[in-house]
Write a protein that binds this ligand. Structure first.
Ligand code: SF4
Length: 888
């Protein structure tokens, strides 16, 4: 759909699923803005979405099929994939092959992948990285509702009087949804409770923050169920008419006294009571939960403990009420809908249900169908490791970095006889272990549909031609399907045909007994598919496109149509801290990066927010373990060791530390966080425990620290600590080492590989303090600079980075060597507002010197927070901190 050159599409990042308008520009870049008509965002975009246009370059794009590191034709590569898969199936059976896909691929891609594996190859060994993200929500929904149904919609957060955010840093991970909540709170006074071990940016709007001990959520919600019951604040009518299992669930919930809950949760009884009384008194309550709930060995129980409270109060499926799982990825929901998980079939049908298997097989007319659930993600890679799986095809994901016990996964893939990777990026930690690389189409080139966290299906539309030999994932899968002998079943002419087939399947023998039904689109025409506006499912009989909700009057999808209370006895996390590993590591996202950074790190204004991997640690623990501010920490678990920059913060609980999960070997020397994580999983969902890893921390005994900028990519040392981030005119690098460097000039020469007799070189040395500073100027323009110190370098990084590539006059050369702007040129400090590149020092000045007392005041003064709004929570935090220091 085109309007003055703009194409309506959907953001490829998080599960909010914002509508985006995109328009290619004459200079090859792309302009983006929020789609005012999209029901997820009504025109808003967060910092990542706003920067999408800056991530479209073809740098490091995979543009040709490659076999054993050499360019190949599509025919040669696809023939090889089909031959190797066929060979393995014939010799070792269908379960010897596997597909590992991703919440980044489109619903049409997912559908074809499932059809190929489950219907034609005859194995359910297809799983997705969504297993790492929300499998516990799926399992919890199925236990309670009989189906994987999200009962409510985003507008429920705006209609609620109380929003409880459990294990969700909404401000950073679902920023536009957070902004909708902030706006609703401003006008309606919504109360917000945040349940999270960390004081995250989301806590800026919290009326109550419960800094719960990691892994204790089940105890807290069991206590809530017991409290509601003892106070008679339950909906007897709803319980009796529409549910079963209430008595047993309450009995189980009652097993912990308030004193014990307080102890397990590490919270004061008074704070717990405040939460319980708020929930009790507020009918319009929504409980939003995310990875903090899901990524746990008790993840499914956590989901059910929350859902139990909503069933008991009948607060479900009505405006402003309900449990609400928000997904991490743009199409985690679409994947769930077409059977992306190893235990599901398309159309929310069950692999373990004979009738469902028959319906699907008849619909496809396939020779057979997998008759047992396949291997879930962690088990799937264990099967690669022990040789049961001999050929694996990885699509749009980076398991060498994102799976727990990531070093073992890398070793398993290296040893696997045949590894295929379909991706858009040439160099990832996973493409390095592939035998065959298949170039996929990227955002802007892809065409299909995605489903967001509120069951809204939207089109991702192409507005750019595929570069080089890039091809859609559904096409790649279909071509292999044809080569395996299933020509008719995979002869799709385009994504419209795939979508129509999937839509038709959802209506097969569905008389309202399955939640997912979009059969209204079974005959969607090319034009209608092209113009398809976002719609909520179900769409059975031409119902409107508006918001739909489930379960206000029961009608669950269990055998007796009753919702189930589930007993959720509290279990402590499967790992324990010990004297060897005394701290609990929590992992998660940061505001401006996405997954393993393959796209988001291309936008310099996103890397300016956090340019290197870090470890957040409470001041008490930092002191206890000898970690100085800005130094490097060595973080060790039973599985591995990583090196991270120390960020001391009282937003951590003592005893807990946090590290982001984004950095890979492509951007840092030793920061693959999932290498630390053990492969412990939830027994029901198979989701790994990514939020509770016992670790030890100690100072990395660096003899020197360095900060560098360079127009060309620097040649980084092969040992020690380093992290490299793209910036506007080149790269910025942090380095630290334990080895003595005798000649810093030689070090600089090797790092930058510059060197021409006509260039100017500025140096400053102070042997006593270990300071060395160096700048390389080419034709009057800054080409590289290096700052070395025995202690963490104190240069004004963003100021220095902004000089790269610029013409330098003599006074600036002196300031450059000093690493600081003069009095007349204030240092912006670390970037907080990535839209207008406003740094922390500018915001602090606005608060301290200009007297700004609100986020809006700061916006009026320095523009920060006035575009996408993603930084407003951080600005609010600075106002709180600085107001206290002013008062003091
Ligand atoms: Fe994209 Fe941000 Fe919207 Fe998520 S909230 S879909 S990342 S624009």
């Amino acid at each position: 759909m085109m309007d003055k050159g703009w194409t309506k599409t959907t953001c490829p990042y998080c599960g909010v699923g914002c509508g985006v308008l995109a328009r290619p520009k004459a200079d090859g870049t792309t302009e983006v803005k929020g789609d005012l008509e999209h029901p997820a965002n009504y025109g808003r975009l967060c910092s990542k979405g706003s920067a999408l246009g800056e991530t479209m370059s073809l740098d490091d794009r995979l543009l040709d099929p490659m076999v054993d590191g050499r360019t190949a034709t599509w025919d040669a590569a696809l023939d090889l994939v089909a031959d190797k898969f066929r060979d393995s199936i014939e010799k070792h059976g269908p379960d010897s092959v596997a597909l590992y896909v991703s919440g980044q691929i489109l619903t049409e891609d997912y559908y074809v992948a499932n059809k190929l594996m489950k219907g034609y190859i005859g194995t359910a060994n297809i799983d997705t990285n969504s297993r790492l993200c929300m499998a516990s929500s799926v399992a919890g929904h199925k236990r309670a509702f009989g189906s994987d149904t999200v009962p409510g919609a985003y507008e429920d957060l705006e209609l609620a009087d109380l929003v409880v955010l459990v294990g969700s840093n909404l401000a950073w991970c679902h920023p536009v949804l957070y902004q909708r909540l902030v706006a609703a709170r401003k006008t309606g006074g919504t109360k917000v409770v945040v349940i999270d071990p960390r004081r995250t940016a989301t806590c800026e709007i919290a009326d109550l923050h419960l800094a719960i001990a990691p892994g204790a959520d089940v105890a807290l919600f069991n206590g809530l169920l017991a409290h509601l019951t003892s106070r008679g604040k339950i909906d007897q009518h709803y319980i009796q008419e529409y549910t079963s299992g209430f008595g047993d669930a309450v009995k189980s919930a009652n097993s912990l006294s308030m004193e014990k809950i307080s102890e397990v949760c590490g919270l004061r009884e008074a704070d717990i009571r405040q939460f319980y009384e708020l929930f009790e008194a507020t009918e319009k309550s929504v409980s939003v939960y995310s990875q903090g709930v899901n990524q746990s060995t008790a993840g499914t129980d956590k989901v059910n403990a929350i859902v139990n409270c909503h069933l008991a109060t009948g607060r479900i499926g009505r405006p402003g009420m309900g449990p609400f799982s928000v997904t991490g990825q743009p199409n985690a929901m679409g994947g769930r809908e077409v059977g992306g998980l190893a235990n599901m079939l398309a159309g929310h049908m069950e692999l373990g249900n004979e009738t469902h298997r028959r319906i699907v097989q008849d619909f496809w007319g396939s020779p057979g169908i997998a008759d047992a659930p396949g291997l879930k993600a962690v088990d799937l890679f264990e099967a690669v490791a022990d040789g049961r799986i001999k050929a694996v095809w990885i699509m749009a994901t980076n398991p060498v970095d994102s799976l727990p016990d990531a070093d073992k996964v890398r070793a398993a893939l290296k040893d696997c006889p045949f590894v295929v990777v379909s991706d858009v990026t040439r160099h990832t930690d996973t493409t390095q272990v592939a035998d065959v690389l298949l170039p996929a189409t990227a955002w802007g080139e892809k065409d299909g549909t995605v489903t967001n966290s509120e069951r809204c299906i939207s089109r991702q539309r192409s507005f750019l031609p595929p570069p080089g030999e890039a091809r859609p994932d559904w096409w790649q899968l279909s071509e292999v399907g044809k080569r395996l002998g299933y020509r008719e079943a995979f002869s799709y002419s385009g994504p419209r045909e795939v979508f129509a087939e999937y839509a038709a399947m959802t209506g097969e023998e569905n008389h309202g007994n399955r939640d997912l039904d979009i059969s209204a689109y079974a005959n969607v025409s090319d034009d209608d598919y092209k113009d398809l506006a976002p719609f909520y499912w179900p769409q059975r009989h031409g119902r409107g496109r508006g918001v739909t909700r489930f379960f206000a009057e029961g009608q669950f999808y269990t055998s007796d149509r009753r919702g189930r209370f589930v007993e959720t006895p509290f279990r402590a996390p499967s790992s324990r801290v010990s004297s060897d590993f005394p701290l609990v590591l929590n992992t998660g996202r940061i505001r401006d990066q996405w997954h393993t950074m393959t796209r988001s790190a291309k936008a310099p204004r996103l890397t300016a927010h956090y340019a290197e991997p870090f470890l957040e640690i409470h001041p008490i623990d930092a002191e206890k373990y000898g970690l100085e501010p800005e130094s490097i920490a060595k973080v060790t678990s039973q599985n591995a060791t990583v090196l991270l920059r120390v960020a001391i913060s009282d937003s951590q609980r003592p005893g807990s530390v946090f590290a982001p999960m984004h950095w890979t070997d492509q951007y840092a020397s030793l920061a693959r966080i999932d290498s630390l994580i053990a492969s412990h999983t939830d027994p029901v969902s198979g989701q790994p425990e990514s939020k509770f890893t016992p670790v030890a921390v100690e100072p990395y005994a660096a003899r020197w620290f360095a900060f560098a900028i360079s127009v060309a990519k620097p040649e980084l040392p092969s040992s020690g600590y380093h992290a490299c981030a793209p910036i506007k005119a080149g790269y910025r690098v942090e380095i630290a080492g334990v080895e003595q460097i005798d000649d810093w000039q030689d070090f600089a020469d090797q790092l930058f590989a510059l060197g021409s007799e006509n260039d100017e070189v500025l140096t400053y040395r102070d042997e006593k303090s270990g300071q060395f500073r160096f700048a390389h100027i080419k034709d009057g323009h800054l080409a590289a600079a290096l700052y070395v110190s025995k202690t963490p370098v104190s240069a004004s990084r963003n100021w220095v980075a902004n000089l790269l590539g610029a013409k330098l006059e003599p006074p600036e050369r002196l300031r450059l060597l000093a690493g600081r702007p003069g009095e007349d040129m204030p240092d912006p400090g670390a970037i907080v507002c990535s839209c207008f590149e406003v740094g922390v020092n500018q915001i602090v000045d606005a608060i301290m010197k200009q007297g700004c007392t609100s986020v809006d005041d700061v916006g009026a003064c320095v523009k920060a927070g006035t575009n996408c709004g993603s930084c407003r929570a951080e600005i609010g935090k600075l106002i709180d901190e600085k107001s206290v220091s002013k008062a003091g």
